[in-house]
Design a protein around this ligand. Structure first.
Ligand code: TYD
Ligand code: MG
Length: 461
């Protein structure tokens, strides 16, 4: 049998190094390497390479090459979680044998969400809730307080992976929730629980168990200060899906977002409202991302974004103010900073409006992150509105990509977006010409199609 070797694993990117060094050779992170004991691959006789060699030599169990069209397959079997917004983010329900990492800040509601899900699924997919952070009495107490029914839900207060899996083998649950992955540890490693190597190895065991038995597994992960889950990418590539549970402090709304999903679309959003009876679904979330101010304010523009499969009305705010700095600030919250810088350059060059001596702050309301280019035009309208200290015409929405030569480019699903805006009572939409209907109207709403940035700015203010 081989000897255990020591590796040094980067907590940022998961890269393996043979010796300790101050900086990770892969991602360049400083002080991110920690010690990790790698067990020999096969205990009884031989390394991975050796067993591979025997397959190459034509052992009976060697996998054979098959024409892909002859391979029998089935649609992934899915089971609904009983929570529509959760199913949406999962890509239409939970896939048997899949491993899903649910990350988020402490106190955001991860345990509550999973407790509610496991409770709803008790009949269709009996679950085992493993808690390493709270006592069983605390879990039961929260369930009672929130009115979550716990008939048929089994719980275990345990952090040792070996013990957890022993119970799983006896009980054969269809679903395991491990809350949280940071508390798990395996006897095989001497490293302290919570260390990157323990978390990684423990998660790997659960993943292996999930794949071998078809058991679905939720791993709960706390986001660290740096914004990653237990040394972020270390777990991301092991699991089938990574979901983040987010929300602004002080807001009762929570957004579940797919960051990676082998079985569905990323960027899909599930929206929840937090309450005394636990999380409630918000199936029509558009209204909550508007700031709610009654009269139109300077520096604000409502856009129709499309995150995942549904359109969403979101307010973007800008503040433009004379800067005391020689290098004025550009701060973007909820969108990419580089994109903002690029848009400001286009605004100067093709809109004739310079903000070179101004600080520019842009914020997407509701703690939402907008990643699509349809936000370009609304961002510039908000900036212009703030610069001129003049609100946009009341009840106006906008969307559209802004190209480097000042052209306004159409975006996908224009019709959907316009319908959503009209449904919510907007009166005017400024959109790319290619997205505007010939009639110039959608319901009661007037639709203004624009081709150039200058036209858009003129229509907006
Ligand atoms: P919890 O689920 O424990 O957060 P996490 O597991 O992410 O750390 O939730 C934190 C607290 O908020 C807990 O005391 C329960 C409470 N809570 C509600 O009262 N209503 C809700 O809808 C949610 C989600 C949580
Ligand atoms: Mg918790």
């Amino acid at each position: 049998p081989g000897k255990a070797r020591t590796a040094y694993v980067c907590s940022e990117c998961g890269a393996d190094h043979n010796k300790w060094q101050g900086q990770c050779g892969e991602c360049g992170g400083w002080n991110t390497l920690s010690e990790f004991v790698v067990e020999p691959a096969a205990k009884a006789g031989g390394s991975v390479a050796a067993s591979r060699r025997s397959s190459w030599a034509g052992k009976a169990d060697a996998p054979s090459v098959t024409a892909l069209k002859d391979v029998r397959h089935s649609e992934e079997a899915r089971v609904g979680t009983g929570i529509g917004e959760f199913d949406r983010v999962l890509g239409g329900g939970l896939v048997h044998g899949s491993v899903v990492l649910v990350g988020g800040d402490p106190g955001i509601g991860k345990s509550t969400l999973l407790l509610q899900a496991i409770s709803k699924m008790a009949q269709t997919l009996p679950g085992l809730y493993v808690t390493g952070e709270e006592s069983l009495a605390q879990v039961a107490g929260r369930a009672a307080r929130l009115g979550v029914p716990v008939d048929g839900v089994h719980a275990l207060a345990e952090t040792g992976v070996e013990r957890i899996l022993e119970h799983a083998v006896t009980m054969r649950p269809g679903l395991i929730v491990a809350d949280s992955v940071q508390t798990l540890w395996t006897e095989e490693l001497s490293a302290a629980p919570g260390s990157v190597s323990q978390v990684r190895e423990s998660a790997a065991r659960l993943v292996r168990y999930a794949k071998e038995t078809g058991t679905a597994v939720f791993l709960v992960g706390h986001v660290t200060k740096e914004g990653g889950i237990a040394g972020p990418r270390v777990l991301e590539h092991m699991v089938d899906a990574v979901l983040y549970f987010e929300g602004e402090s002080g807001s009762r709304f929570r957004v579940l977002r797919a960051f990676k999903n082998r079985f569905g679309a990323v960027n899909e959003l599930g929206v929840f409202a937090m309450g005394e009876k636990g999380l409630r679904e918000v199936p029509n979330p558009s209204a909550i991302f508007l700031s709610g101010s009654q009269s139109p304010q300077p520096g604000s523009c409502v856009m129709v974004t499309r995150e995942g499969t549904r359109p969403l009305l979101v307010e973007v705010q800008a503040l433009v103010d004379a800067s005391p700095l020689s290098n004025p600030r550009r701060v973007a919250v909820g969108m990419e900073g580089n994109r903002l810088a690029m848009l400001l350059a286009v605004l100067h060059r093709h809109g004739g409006i310079g903000v070179g001596d101004q600080d520019v702050f842009v914020n997407v309301v509701g703690g939402i992150r907008v990643q699509e280019t349809a936000a370009d035009l609304p961002v510039l309208l908000a900036v212009l509105s703030s610069l001129r200290d003049r609100p946009l015409v009341d009840r106006t929405v906008a969307f559209g990509e802004v190209g480097l030569s000042g052209e306004i480019r159409p975006v996908p699903n224009g019709e959907d977006r316009l319908k959503e805006a009209a449904t919510h009572g907007f009166k005017r939409a400024i959109v790319p010409k290619g997205n505007a209907p010939k009639s110039g109207r959608v319901g009661e709403m007037e639709v203004i199609g624009v081709e150039r940035l200058a036209d858009a700015l003129h229509a907006g203010t």
